[in-house]
Every structure is written in C-alpha cells, then in structure tokens.
Design a protein around this ligand. Structure first.
Ligand SMILES: [Zn+2]
Length: 103
C-alpha cells in the first residue's frame, strides 16, 4: 500500500473521534481509500461515501443516513488533503492504464 494511502487512513481515523460525543469503543471504523474512498459512520454504521473532490474543497463530511457531520480540520489535514489530490489523480491514471492494457 503506498504511503499516502496510510496517511489518508490515519487521517480519517484521527478525524472521527474529534466530533462531539462520538465514542469509538470496540470498533474502529473501516476506512477504505482504495477504489471507493469512504468510511463507515461511527453513529449509524452506514457507509459514508467520500467524494475526494468534494472533500478537498469542503470543510466537513456528512453522513447521508444520519446527517452526522465530521469536521475536516483543514490545517491539520493539509498533508492528507494533498495526498487525496494525489490519490485522485492516481486513481484516474490507474483506471486509464487498466482500460488500455489488461494484465
Ligand atoms: Zn450516519
């Protein structure tokens, strides 16, 4: 796994418990940043799809199921946001490569 994926995963995990009374007791939300970036809502456990473009330009992630808002600390997240930008272009490149040559 490339380093920037670890960075993003860690960032998501850091991001989650900061909000209000969120308690992440036994379950660490599963964070996937590979094919379909997103995370599982710590409140309702539904999948929150994370649109990278949206995330880069907005200040919060909102759960579509329960409207839980996860704030994005843009200053602290600067590195991760940069990594997300990189991930986005990386995914685009990977998709293009896959289309052109199947291994
Ligand atoms: Zn939710």
């Amino acid at each position: 796994m490339p380093n920037y994926l670890h960075k993003i995963s860690k960032w998501f995990k850091d991001l989650l418990p900061k909000k209000k009374n969120l308690k992440l007791e036994n379950s660490t939300p599963a964070v996937s940043v590979s094919k379909n970036p997103g995370l599982n809502c710590p409140e309702c456990t539904n999948r929150i799809p994370v649109d990278i473009k949206m995330l880069i330009h907005s200040n919060a992630i909102t759960c579509p199921s329960c409207n839980l808002e996860l704030e994005v600390d843009r200053e602290k997240s600067e590195g991760a946001l940069a990594a997300l930008s990189k991930l986005q272009s990386g995914l685009h490149e990977a998709a293009t490569i896959r289309q052109n040559s199947k291994t």
